[in-house]
Design a protein around this ligand. Structure first.
Ligand code: ATP
Ligand code: MG
Length: 575
């Protein structure tokens, strides 16, 4: 491609509304342009990267036995009513009516549509297993679209769906996809980690997320430094502490203390000269129609996703001031478990605690030296806290570390959730009609492009991995008005293209400095500079985007040199 003919509008200025580096660089490199909030167009350079990523995804999905299909973006409400998600999905689902006043949505995901196809086409076990995938535009009316295509409303996703006869088959399908995802992200040049994850809006029994490690990532994950346990913080488990029989602390008499104007844990512990870990927080929640109290050690926080999963509630929120008053008899900030007329759950962090501080259910009062069992009853203990680095690995008791990540892929074991709701059955070899066991597997294609930049850039711009770069090589003549330079550059461009290499030829009549800056900004991995001095010696200069040094290469050897460099770099990612 000739630079002079390409729509490649680069800019020097950092756009003020772009918070993270990938968003800034995608705009500056002329990859994307915003149409509306969370809705972007891809310009030629940006779309080339998307197609490269898609090609790798297709290869690996096909290798793993997937069959590519293409489903509609617009979906009728009836299917979503059958699955039960029409009412559940909330405002992220963009709904509208057609001219006949029928309800539709734009697909945020395609479980319903694919299940409808499969229930109509599959009759017997002989037609299973099946893995269908597509690469398609999704729409989610995200509450806070941000970071460009990282969290947009319209985005491209690869979504795959597996259908199996039984649990064993479904587990195998899941493993195959897990393995395919590892290959995809490796080939695309990512440093990533697969972590245990919550199933969220999609539902189902278990799932893993593929996280690209990056400080700018929206997700937090925790991993064990000794074993391979890793989980999204939303899901991360805490081990149940063993009761220490040696904990012989004497139970002291419980007493009420006047604590004027102290409300939060820090204020309480300072006022009473105790550690936050000696205080117990009492949080009042409303889960569906039930009011309940959750107790947790003062230096820990409740993980509402874990709590929600434990309760299996449709909705969960912190109780309103009014409900708190009704339940505890006091305003917010003084709730405690003694005398509460609701179910009381306690996090594992309460196990073994003695003589702790709690709210007195009375404005401006707390209670000292409280003890569960003696002063009040805990109805159930559960793992409800947000895990931190001070916790031990729930599997091996090793040390854990926190990291931030960008979720680029998500695999779910769905089980019978959709096949049951939508009656997707098959006739098994024992003559019985059974529900298909499903899995679903998503990859954020457009998010991958942004994630790649987050992991691979410097002050001058993007540094594309060879496997997904829009061009492998940029040929940069330092002066197009010099006849010899122009001629030799044209020849190099032609010869490299003939070899099947992907070349951008910067044939613009611009100063060398401008061309170098653009080449660095758009991140082409190899630059060949053609200048008068070297050319006289029969040489050109090669610079790798991710290295400082300049390499002098004889004109006659340039194609083999470059060919070899491109190949070895692609192989590096695949190894
Ligand atoms: P998130 O937690 O980031 O909202 P999700 O769990 O809702 O993601 P899935 O339903 O698992 O996402 O979708 C599969 C993949 O699609 C995700 O792993 C992610 O890479 C991508 N994706 C999801 N939402 C967006 C979005 N708003 N913009 C870009 N990509 C997205
Ligand atoms: Mg989401």
């Amino acid at each position: 491609m000739r630079y002079s003919e390409m729509l490649l509008p680069t800019t020097k200025e950092t756009p003020s509304d772009a918070e993270i580096v990938s968003h800034q660089l995608m705009l500056r490199a002329g990859m994307i342009r915003k149409l509306a909030g969370g809705i972007y167009s891809y310009l030629p350079l940006g779309y080339k990267i998307i197609k490269k990523i898609e090609a790798i995804i297709r290869e690996e999905m096909d290798r793993a036995g997937g069959q590519e299909i293409f489903m509609p973006a617009v979906q009728p409400a009836e299917l979503w009513q059958q699955s039960g998600r029409w009412n559940k999905y909330g405002k992220e689902l963009l709904r509208f009516k057609d001219r006949h006043n029928r309800d539709y949505c734009i697909g945020p995901t395609h479980e319903e549509v694919v299940t409808d196809i499969v229930r109509n086409e599959i009759q017997t076990y002989r037609q299973l297993p099946l893995n269908l995938y597509q690469i398609q535009t999704k729409f989610r009316d995200e509450i806070r679209p941000r970071f460009g295509v990282m969290r947009s409303r319209e985005f491209s996703m690869k979504d795959a769906y597996s259908f199996d006869r039984n649990e064993q088959g479904a587990a195998l399908s899941y493993r195959k996809m897990f393995h395919a995802y590892e290959r995809i992200f490796k080939r695309c040049g990512f440093r990533f980690r697969a972590v245990e994850a919550d199933s969220g809006n999609i539902g189902g029994s278990y799932s893993h997320e593929f996280m690209v490690t990056a400080d700018s990532g929206e997700d937090a994950m925790i991993y064990c430094t000794s074993c391979n346990y890793a989980a999204n913080l939303e899901k991360a488990e805490a081990a149940k502490p063993e009761l220490q029989p040696a904990n012989e602390k004497e139970l002291l008499p419980c007493e009420e203390v006047y604590t004027p104007d102290v409300k939060n844990i820090e204020e309480v512990s300072e006022f009473l000269s105790v550690r936050p870990g000696d205080v117990v927080k009492t949080l009042i929640f409303t889960a569906d129609n039930e009011t309940l109290a959750v107790l947790i050690r003062g230096d820990k926080d409740v993980n509402e996703i874990k709590l929600n999963n434990f309760l299996n509630a449709e909705s969960l929120e912190l109780a309103t001031d009014e409900i708190i008053y009704k339940t505890t008899g006091s305003p917010r900030g003084f709730a405690g478990p003694i005398g509460l007329k609701c179910r009381i759950l306690a996090d594992y962090s309460l196990i073994g605690m003695k003589n702790f501080v709690i709210g007195a259910n009375k404005e401006n009062y707390h209670r000292k030296n409280c003890n569960a069992g003696r002063d009040f009853t805990i109805h159930e203990y559960a793992d409800l806290k947000i895990v931190s680095e001070s916790d031990r690995c729930p599997r091996c008791k090793g040390e854990m570390q926190l990291a931030r990540g960008i979720e680029v892929g998500h695999v779910f074991k769905l089980g019978e959730k959709y096949s049951k709701a939508m009656n997707a059955t098959f006739l098994d070899d024992d003559g019985k009609e059974k529900y298909m066991i499903m899995g679903c597997y998503g990859i954020g294609v457009s998010r991958m492009a942004a994630a790649s930049i987050e992991q691979s850039h410097d002050d001058d711009g993007i540094i594309w991995p060879m496997s997904i770069t829009p061009f492998q090589i940029i040929v940069t003549p330092v002066n197009m008005n010099d006849e010899e330079i122009a001629k030799q550059s044209e020849a190099i461009y032609a010869r490299l293209k003939e070899r099947g290499l992907e070349v951008l030829f910067d044939d613009r009549d611009e100063r060398a400095g401008v061309k170098f800056k653009d080449a660095d900004l758009i991140g082409i991995p190899i630059r060949i500079t053609v200048g008068a001095k070297r050319l006289k010696e029969g040489n050109v200069e090669v610079k790798f985007r991710d290295r400082k040094e300049l390499i002098t290469v004889p004109l006659g050897e340039i194609e083999t040199f470059i060919d070899e460099a491109v190949r070895s770099r692609i192989e590096e990612c695949e190894a």
